[in-house]
Design a protein around this ligand. Sequence first.
Ligand code: NAD
Length: 515
Amino acid sequence: MSQHSLTDQHGLTNPPANIPQSTNSLPSSSSNVIRNFIGGQFINEEYINEWIVNKNPATNEVISYVPCSKEETIQKAVDASVQCWKSKSWRGLSEEDRAKYLDLIADQIEKRIDEFALAESRDTGKPITLAKNMDVARAVSNFRFFAQAVRQQSTKAHLMSNKTINYTTRRPAGIVGIIVPWNLPIYLLSWKVAPALACGNCVIAKSSELTPMTAHLLAEVIEQVKLPSGAFNLVHGYGKDCGSAIVAHPKINVITFTGGTATGRVVSQMAAKHFKKVSLELGGKNPMVVFGDYDVTKAAELAARSGFLNQGQICLCTSRIIVHESIHDEFVEKLKQLLEKNTKIGNPLENTTTFGTQISEEHLIKIDYYAQLAKLEGGTIVTGGKRAELQDESVKNGAFYTPTIITGLDFKSRTATEEIFGPVVTVHKFSTEEQALEMANHVEYGLCAVVLTNNLSIGHRFSDELESGIVWVNTWLLRDLRTPFGGMKQSGVGREGGDYSLEFYSEDKNICINL
Ligand code: NAD
């Protein structure tokens, strides 16, 4: 019996697992078979006999067949990395030379920006304009930023009474396993690959089995710029065998993982056995708190973006909107109007589309599960709460869901506390600042929060008490790559970004010389 046919305690059918299917036989004419990139080349592995069938969630067409890599492949990637490490062909380069490679990678991605954007849009169902202007543009900035950051890195010295000198060096940390999710495939992959390479590490990366296409293009770029072989390796496969083989391999001594909290827990436990250095960027249920003094139209406009960009599938999206009672009803009405009038749901490849598909049919079913649950929990669906019906024949069967607002729920309800990761916001009313804080901090997550107020004393005081790694006051998604990124509570462990990344991907060593 599949998990899908089981019901939960409310009598609702449990959503299916969000895992693509595989096949043991490739169609004879298939030219779209992706290969792993190991030791500086795309390799044929005779022993691979299972391929993940990768589909475009807007059209259901098969885009590629992806190898189900397991331990043998990870071992090959480790061997290539160890060889690269021993030869010092990458870590032995100066910061300046490594930075030049990173700049070359950025230039090549930029040259092929339309190709990357098309691949990202077809793979994820996100609007192509978003893929181009946000995802791929950020990948370019990530490589350029960390090229500059490593060039400008400085070291410290501590003198003791002029008789002893301590100086601290930064060495690459080793072989870094990078595992990323499907929502921002190239954006998040480059966020980790760029600093890991900049610091001189060897990388073994794995994209999500749902979205391998732009990672594959990145490997093409890396092949083209002739990065020393073994410095960057890319393996594809399911999390349960390919991802876990990376985490379990004793020679991969650093793990950086972005994904769901439940997976992060497994990764953390596996990595602990070898005392690996670990960074975990996990799930969220981010609050937006709107105080009564804030312009209600501006608040609704911001919420229409922060709750629904990328179809609500950004870890930083706000999904719990906590609004002062004096403006609650007006806010809900304005947000409803904005979503209903301005959202252009449609073929992700059209430039006018602002809202594409969810990542898969399985994920759409999970989102809808929560809309149904919300009704059982006493909530009111103000708008949305159902699949979007499209006329365009080419995307008629795509995983399109309507932007959804739910009111009237207890802030402790399941719908208001569990991560949905889709275009669904719950709106809650508060009267005092203490109440708003209790609601905002109630969940087990703590990735980010938004506070909207004209009173910066409140903004500061409130931000200080929020249990979130990132707080935006009167804005959202304004990112400075130098700042720490990461979550509190069950949203993660550690920080990346700017010098935090350089520190994470390095080992600091103190050398003390008695003069
Ligand atoms: P997921 O946890 O299912 O998968 C993430 C990655 O882990 C995939 O590559 C998957 O193949 C791999 N994986 C799965 N099982 C594994 C295992 N046992 N060992 C090793 N690797 C394994 O997450 P998802 O559904 O792909 O992504 C959505 C989640 O990611 C959401 O919870 C979202 O909040 C979170 N996310 C967090 C951030 C952040 O910065 N905090 C950013 C983006 C997404």
